[in-house]
Design a protein around this ligand. Structure first.
Ligand SMILES: *Cc1c(COP(=O)(O)O)cnc(C)c1O
Length: 464
């Protein structure tokens, strides 16, 4: 009888009360009763589903249905709840702005400022007058001093900055963009789609590889509200290309009496080309060239928290601040605290030393070699189970910035002798803390560039 075995299994399923009692017997009252009931129901439901789905009795061989066995599954689920989902990861990939790992590692001063602000703080209270203040003042002066902008406003991220600026300055009107600059960043930020969401109408000009001044000039009409330049931060068109430089676009915009906005993406405050990095436009240069509104990310090359920074001419920034959408896109106190502390380093500190992103990007090759060799030596001292080799390789900027830049580095290449590489890499990833390196041609590469010196001991512990 085909169904008899199925009926027998279904009848053998324990009740919720029996499972909850079994859990309490081993775990005491560490968890609230309602949670035990909920998780027990879920586990029993999963077992019932498995029984109903089984095609043959043999599919269920070894299935244990006594309350104690089901209780073990409940306990495993509970253990999973106790461990945070957002966990610390040691980034050994060598990709400095690793979007999946949280982009920028924050400066020590920024982390301290976040902790200070976590309680009560002067977010919207003007301490001098005792009256209601604005959350935007905390970073505005710093941004103005650092970039030469007249005014500034900060939102949740750069995608929000672009959305808000376009909505304020061009909703219901036309925005002219070069076809060579219709970028997609990180799989979800696409200029044409953000434009649509903002209520502005996209007018594409030029071609993928060439756009000339007269393409903009011919497209301008009485409905045009804005000329937009987008920094193609994550790709390059090479070969026969032509684009209109910021200064030229500003000239066209002045003649037509239409503002120019630039989405700079990363937004660099300091020229890093002396350190072997691609020449990226500097925020100050774009503003000096006459751009009216400029947007950039807080957590890309700036090296701060996730934020979108809008800077430029006062009259446009004031309009943006009055937009109701800002209420939905505004940053929280912890973000503002971290951003303020990061900007203060640019103003008063030593950014190349104190801002981890900049320190990592400019780390001398000799330092990387010394650190890779020291790490390899320690690993060899602690385990015989790995092949350990130090060799030259490259690190990447990441975060959709400087796609062509390969920074020379030294890596520790590791290969387990008694285990498959994939299994071992998974074990490291699931470890505490999680260790993530770069898998390449049968080796796991650890790049000291993105490993903090304070993490080196931990890396060795993860590996042995
Ligand atoms: C990264 C980037 C964005 C999106 O910025 P987020 O801060 O990730 O929202 C938008 N435009 C450009 C040109 C970028 O490089």
């Amino acid at each position: 009888m085909e169904t008899n075995w199925r009926q027998a299994y279904l009848r053998a399923l324990p009740g919720v009360d029996a499972v909850v009692s079994a859990v309490k017997k081993t775990m005491g009252t560490a968890y609230p009763h309602w949670l035990l009931v909920k998780i027990s129901q879920k586990c029993i439901h999963k077992l019932r589903h498995r029984i109903l789905q089984a095609a043959h009795a043999s599919d269920l061989d070894g299935l244990e249905l006594v309350p104690e066995a089901v209780a073990e599954q409940v306990e495993q689920e509970l253990a999973g709840l106790v461990q945070p989902s957002l966990r610390r990861v040691i980034n050994a990939t060598g990709t400095v702005l690793h979007t999946n790992l949280g982009r920028a590692r924050l400066a020590k001063a920024a982390i301290e400022a976040m902790q200070e602000a976590a309680g009560y703080c002067s977010l919207e209270l003007d301490l001098a007058s005792g009256h209601r203040g604005s959350r935007h003042v905390h970073v505005e002066k710093l941004l103005a001093l650092l970039t030469g902008a007249e005014a500034a406003c900060v939102v949740n991220n750069n995608a929000a900055a672009v959305l808000l600026a376009l909505n304020t300055l061009a909703a219901g009107k036309k925005v002219i963009v070069s076809r060579g600059e219709l970028v997609e960043i990180g799989g979800s930020f696409r200029i044409p789609e953000v434009m649509l969401a903002s209520g502005a109408q996209l007018v594409e000009v030029g071609t993928t590889n060439k756009t000339r001044p007269r393409d903009y000039q011919q497209a301008i009409d009485e409905e045009t509200a804005l000329l937009l330049k987008v920094h193609t931060s994550n790709y390059r068109v090479v070969g026969f290309t032509e684009s209109v430089e910021v200064a030229e676009l500003v000239k066209i915009s002045r003649e037509a009496n239409i503002p120019v906005m630039e989405d700079l993406g990363s937004g660099l405050f300091i020229d890093l080309s002396a350190f072997g990095l691609e020449k990226e436009p500097l925020v100050r240069e774009s503003l000096a060239a006459g751009v009216d509104v400029l947007t950039l990310s807080g957590d890309k090359l700036l090296g701060g928290p996730q934020a979108g920074i809008i800077i430029g001419k006062r009259r446009f920034i004031e309009q943006i601040k009055k937009n109701q959408l800002l209420r939905a896109l505004r940053p929280d106190k912890v973000t503002l605290a971290a951003l303020e502390a990061t900007l203060r380093i640019y103003l008063l500190g030593e950014p190349l030393k104190e801002i981890p992103v900049l320190a990592m990007l400019t780390m001398p090759l000799a330092t990387l070699q010394r650190r890779a060799e020291a790490l390899a030596k320690k690993i060899r001292e602690h385990t015989q189970n790995l092949d350990v080799v130090v060799r030259e390789d490259v690190s990447y900027v990441g975060g959709g910035a400087m796609p062509l830049t390969q920074l020379p580095t030294y890596v520790v290449a590791l290969r387990p002798r008694q285990q498959s590489l994939a299994q071992w890499v998974e074990m490291l990833r699931l470890g505490e803390p999680s260790l993530v390196g770069r898998v390449q041609e049968g080796w796991l590469l650890l790049d000291p560039r993105t490993i903090a010196e304070a993490e080196e001991e931990e890396v060795v512990k993860c590996l042995i």
